[in-house]
Ligand binder design. Structure first.
Ligand SMILES: *Cc1c(COP(=O)(O)O)cnc(C)c1O
Length: 383
């Protein structure tokens, strides 16, 4: 797609806009596991659907374009994308990884990769000196996630990429929280961008999916090989659902982020609330870097009550949010990281990361923000 278009235009007017053969304005769902080969000597673009399928390919092309990459890959879940990308590594390699990484990634790195002889060190990714000091001779990868989950810490992507390049390491960035609408890590030098498309990209709590994007041709070739080798591919119906969700990505992100900012500022003024984590707040330590590398603060915030009892009462008192695992949907989702996203993390590690028994994460949806604030107000007043 020509770069002169803004992202909301590109979301609608991309190469998938009109199906070449039929003129269909919605990408056809090709339920075909294999494809007839017209020539004995040379196969066509599609042969077997694990390798590629036109519906999945449409999604892969769209995400590659949105992220400013050259190749996209669609997986059965965010974790399928993340774990497949880790297979760039070999026995004996070492990873430097952000300490407040998504819980499923934490589980994969600590309980699966260690069994394969791939080691790791957790770091505070906002502290560049610490990151550099933890690099070993066998470090092959620096893994970032910004804003981090659930305490919304901001990593300086360019600074970490510079450290990685100086030490010949790859960088992976989980871009689930901001999406390419607000942050494009490949433009900042990251090698592989990863997504849980289950969240904002799909956006409607109706599909589990993952995406990966590369810019470098050789890395793209290697990831295509791993994608096909593991086979954790996204099905055609789910590919179509993510494509459908993407059309409204920017309007959803804009509306939810504006509301999140308002709610964060409102919560910060309430006496019952001990702390609010949101990169748009004046006192957030990462605010300046966020302003340089992203065009918004996003739709997710976290806040903390002094006690578990208050937290429980608040959750029981609110009426509008869904109380659930997940984020990035049209409906507002309230989560309890201690037992949900970070339930697989040992308590001691969890508390070290500020994920206390009083912490709640809020992913703001598309409800009228005044209704959300009124709901939170009655829930707080009832404490
Ligand atoms: C949900 C999530 C994942 C995992 O994605 P699934 O689609 O649930 O497998 C990875 N990273 C982040 C930041 C997430 O929120």
């Amino acid at each position: 797609m020509p770069d002169q278009y803004h992202i909301q235009t590109k979301l609608l007017h991309n190469n998938q806009k009109i199906h070449q053969e039929t003129g269909a304005v919605s990408v056809p769902i090709h339920h075909s596991s294999t494809f007839h080969q017209y020539s004995f000597d040379g196969f066509g673009e599609y042969d077997y659907a694990r390798g590629s399928n036109p519906t999945r390919r449409a999604l892969e092309d769209v995400i590659a374009d949105l992220e400013g990459g050259s190749r996209g890959f669609a997986f059965a879940s965010g974790m399928a994308a993340i774990s497949t990308a880790f297979m760039f590594l070999s026995k004996g390699d070492h990873i430097v990884i952000t300490e407040d990484v998504y819980g499923g990634t934490y589980r994969f790195v600590t309980q699966v990769l260690t069994k394969l002889g791939i080691d790791h060190t957790f770091v505070d990714m906002t502290n560049e000196k610490e990151v550099e000091s933890k690099i070993q001779a066998n470090t092959k990868l620096i893994y970032l996630e910004t804003p981090s989950n659930p305490t919304l810490k901001i990593t300086n992507i360019k600074a970490i990429v510079a450290i990685a390049k100086a030490h010949n390491c790859l960088t992976f960035c989980d871009n689930t929280f901001l999406t390419p609408v607000f942050q494009r890590p490949l433009d900042l030098g990251v090698d592989v961008v990863l997504h849980s498309a289950t969240k904002f990209l799909g956006g409607h709590s109706d599909v589990v999916a993952g995406l990966a994007v590369t810019k470098d041709e050789e890395l793209g070739r290697q990831l295509a090989f791993l994608h096909n080798s593991f086979g954790a591919i996204l099905g055609v119906q789910d590919s179509w659902l993510v494509l459908r969700g993407l059309k409204t990505l920017q309007v959803r992100m804009n509306a939810s982020s504006t509301a999140a900012e308002e709610i964060a500022n409102w919560l910060a003024k309430r006496n019952e609330v001990k702390a609010v984590y949101y990169p748009g707040l004046k006192n957030h330590p990462g605010k300046e870097i966020q302003g340089q590398q992203a065009s918004s603060h996003g739709a997710v915030l976290s806040f903390e009550f002094p006690t578990k009892e208050m937290t429980k009462a608040f959750v029981e008192n609110v009426k509008l949010p869904v109380f659930a695992v997940s984020l990035g949907a049209v409906e507002t989702i309230l989560s309890y990281p201690a037992t949900m996203s970070h339930g697989s993390m040992p308590e001691e590690e969890r508390l070290k990361r500020g994920i206390t028994d009083g912490l709640l994460r809020l992913s703001v949806g598309l409800e009228d923000v005044n209704d959300l604030i009124a709901d939170f107000e009655q829930a707080l007043n009832a404490l």
